[in-house]
Structures are given as structure tokens and as C-alpha cells.
Design a protein around this ligand. Sequence first.
Ligand SMILES: [Zn+2]
Length: 297
Amino acid sequence: MSTGGDILVHLTAAGGCLRALAARTTETVEEARRRHDAFPTAAAALGRTLTGAALLGAVLKGQQRLMIEIVGDGPLGKIVAEADAAGNVRGYVHHPHVHLPSNAQGKLDVAGAVGSGHLYVVKDLGLREPYRGLVPLVSGEIAEDLAYYLNVSEQTPSACILGVLVAPEGSVRAAGGILIQMMPGAQEDEELVQRLEERIRAMPALSRSIDEGLGPLEILLGLLEGMEPKRLEERPVRFHCSCSKERFSSGLVSLGKEELEEIARTQGGAELVCHFCGQVYHVSEDELRALIAQAGG
Ligand SMILES: [Zn+2]
């Protein structure tokens, strides 16, 4: 088991031609698995998406945030992950009770559980309109799909590795991800690109390395050896949901007086469940009456 909390490291290399990010997300993914009671294949798919969001979120600042949505026609349904600039990630999978037989490589069959469909990225960068990108899923394995999105939609040549190791009893043993991006100008450096591709191909499975106790910095430094890696930043990553009873209550108020009275009359109180973290909020009939007064008439 990896120890020491989840972390994301951000490096540059080859004189700024490369941006390299690596994250250990074991605790974050295990927390998500536990909250959503996700079965192994679902836990791997959700964990990869959460880790991908944390990696893409590494360049966010201040109040900026982003969301990745994987909408496939497989048994998992939709997978959603959000990340902010502080390293908070949260997410869910529509059908968490999905586990498929292993694929031909003996690995969790994430692609089979995702199916074919689309990957969406929405970035709220504090501008008037959020940025939206969309690509078809190329493999359903999520890392390749994210790399394809970055290559095609953001025109940044990128390599992405995402790994989640699930223990036989179903908990997450190790999780993490790597994202290497070529900055403008680097594409022409054929030799650098080739050397990197060879090293990525020769890498042992990322989740195994993390399980063996290798940190994201060590892993990246190994990958970028001889390419003058420079450490830029480190930030923690954690599963954290911004939901609260107050937020759900104001959402209830927006339903309007009539609808709330109907709920009070037929159900007494209300029980609200946050999709992102599974937290249940109970609103008593008294509290509902107070909200009805707020909703006015
Ligand atoms: Zn929540």
C-alpha cells in the first residue's frame, strides 16, 4: 500500500518543451469507491476519471474548475469527475454496481464497461462562458481517450497513463496517473518525442509501481532522466465534495412553494442525496415549512 497522502507533482523538462504531471490518488479513489460502493470495474473506471480530472486540474488557478464526463453506452452509464485548483476532486459513476470478467490482458475491463460514446470536458475558467470540448471515445480505457481529447481538441500532443489497482476483496490498493505534454515547439524535436515514447512503452504498470511505494516524483524523474527535469509545484489531492445542507436547501427553495407543499403533505420531510459524494441530507417537515415560508407565494 502507498502511504503519505495523495499528491500531484508538476515538472517541466527539456528546457520547457515538456510539461510533466504525476499524481498518486490511492486514498482519493478508495474514498470514492467506498462512498459509492463501486464494484471493481466501476471503481477502476471512476478512479481513472477522477485521476484524469486531477491531472487536467493541475493548471487551474483560484476559483477555476473543470469537469470530465464520459458518456458511453456500456453498463456503467455516465461517469463524471470534477476538479478544482486546490486539488479537490469529486465524482460518480451512474451504475457503480458493475463488475465484468477480466479482459484478454487479465485486467479490469474498463473499456467494456464504458462502451462507445463521447468524452466531454467543461472548464470554468472564470470567463463569461465555460469552455467546452468534446471528442468521441477512442478506446473507452479513459487514459487514451483523454490523450486523444488533449491532442485533438486542445491541440496539445499528450501522453496519458491512468492506473487503478483493486485488491481481490474490492478495495483500492493503488491509483495514480501521469500526463506528459509537448509544449509548442517540442513537436519538431523528433528525437525527444521518440525517446519519451520508448520510455513510456517500457514503463512497468503505474499502479504496480505506486503499490510498491514509488512516489509520483520518483516515477516522473525516472521517465525524464537526462531531460533536465525541473520541479515546478506540488499540491495535495483529495476527495472533497462542496455539497452542504444549506446548498441543498436553497435548491429546494427554487422548486417553489407549491411543489414544496406537495412534498410536505405527501412525504413529511425530504431526503436528499448528493450524486457526487453519496452524502444523505434529511430535511424535516419543520425545516420544509420554513423553506416554504422562504419560497413565498
Ligand atoms: Zn456531496
